[in-house]
Design a protein around this ligand. Structure first.
Ligand code: C2E
Ligand code: CA
Ligand code: CA
Length: 387
């Protein structure tokens, strides 16, 4: 097995036996250069001395002089974006806490492993990372042509009340149709749209398509809330809210039926403008959701500062919830936080009945996920609602 992008690794570990074992595992995975440090302080010295920096850090949690938690905080402070795998002999719950902390710090924390580390588990983690890195983005010209030719479509995924089973609304998700008819997921073209500065165009296009669909549903007696993803770049400039209001008014859809989902990183990036735009969206009567909660920087303070009406727990915390007791406590806390702030709690990534049952225990109000339905075209949603 070869982990090509990981040619060099720094093992920060105070136990000599564990360090040797770690080295053997890394060599087995094809890593060529292996560096060792006996504590966090030594580890940081080596990172500063190496040029280029190591491709990977295997970081033990408990060490003398400077422990793994401090190292993570230091890496974040210095914006050292080196992929880290944390290892520890301690229980799953502590590892879970460290995983959340790493993510909150914005570090490329690939995962946490309990010791002893094996080539199998480490290889799995690194392999997963490589696959997601390799996801090929489409060519800019291809995406531009799809936008111009009306081949960017809106699909819909139901949001279901966890107590009553009633469908409350749906999230609007972009799909692109390739010339050969293949349907392409947003991971391959939304990042292209964002980097080209076409994010607002996408937001407005999805809104238009969703409004048209809303009227078709309403004509057959189905009234659903629409959740539209607001591109992070849309959160600046002054025209956006007016344009959105105009479109919604012309479509004859009540603003209270529409909710905008904003990721926590988007609001953290440009605070002042994001505050202004979100305030005006609320004034216009739209709902506001904080998306992907639990993956980035959002703090309770930010939640209080922004006029959110809904909190969406990220799927990384929800999927397989029943198998991850250490995450259940976190989801529980997030749902309670939502309740205290009078926000509707929504969990995405409900994949199995076990996820659903574990989620109900937390008192979360709304669920979204493959267990209920996958995203689908508008026509299919009408059929799904009737079935
Ligand atoms: P997101 O906003 O977090 O959307 C939820 C994603 O979770 C969707 O992926 C949805 O299909 C997926 N999902 C739903 N239930 C489950 C489940 O049970 N298990 C798993 N594993 N996944 C589930 P999708 O449609 O591929 O969209 C990916 C991302 O692309 C979205 O993440 C969003 O960030 C972006 N995106 C999609 N449409 C738009 C859009 O119109 N505008 C913007 N700005 N971004 C969009
Ligand atoms: Ca979303
Ligand atoms: Ca999400």
């Amino acid at each position: 097995m070869s982990m090509a992008p990981f040619a060099s690794v720094l093992i920060v570990e105070d136990s000599r036996a564990q360090a040797m074992l770690g080295e053997a595992v890394c060599r087995e995975l094809g890593m060529e250069r292996v560096y060792h440090a006996g504590n966090g302080k030594e580890g940081l010295d080596i990172i500063h001395a190496l040029d280029p920096a190591p491709d990977l850090i295997l970081l033990d949690l408990e060490m003398p002089v400077m422990d793994g938690v401090e190292v993570l905080q230091y890496l974040a402070k210095e914006s050292l974006a080196i992929p880290v795998v944390v290892t520890s002999g301690k229980d799953l719950r502590l590892l879970g806490t460290v995983e959340i902390m790493g993510r909150e710090l914005g570090l490329p924390l690939l995962g946490v492993l309990s010791k002893p580390v094996s080539a199998g588990t480490l290889g799995d983690l690194l392999g997963r990372r490589q696959r997601s890195d390799r996801l090929d983005l489409l060519e800019v010209a291809e995406v531009r042509a799809a936008l111009d030719e009306g081949r960017v479509m809106a699909w819909f995924q139901p949001k279901v009340d966890l107590q009553t089973g009633q469908t409350k609304g749906c999230e609007v998700l972009a799909r692109m149709q390739a010339r050969n008819g293949e349907v392409i997921p947003p991971d391959r073209f939304v990042p292209v749209i964002e980097t080209q500065g076409w994010g607002t165009e996408l937001t407005l296009l999805m809104l238009d398509l969703a409004l048209a669909e809303w009227n078709r549903w309403s004509a057959v007696g189905k009234e659903l809330m629409l959740s539209v993803n607001l591109s992070p770049r849309s959160l600046s400039g002054t025209h956006l809210v007016k344009e959105i209001e105009g479109k919604v008014r012309r479509a004859g859809v009540p603003p209270s039926a529409i909710l905008f989902e904003i990721t926590e990183t988007a609001v953290a990036d440009n605070l002042a403008e994001a505050l202004a735009i979100t305030a005006r969206l609320r004034l216009a009567g739209f709902g506001l959701s904080i998306d992907d909660f639990g993956t980035g920087f959002a703090t309770v303070q930010q939640l209080r500062r922004f006029p959110f009406t809904e909190l969406k727990v990220d799927k990384s915390l929800v999927t397989s919830l029943s198998d991850k007791p250490h995450l259940a406590a976190i989801v529980d806390g997030v749902v309670q936080l939502a309740r205290q702030l009078s926000l509707t709690s929504v969990a995405e990534g409900v994949e199995t009945e076990a996820d659903l049952l574990a989620l109900r225990e937390t008192g979360c109000q709304i669920g979204q996920g493959y267990w209920f339905a996958r995203p689908m075209p508008g026509d299919a949603l009408i059929d799904w609602l009737s079935a």
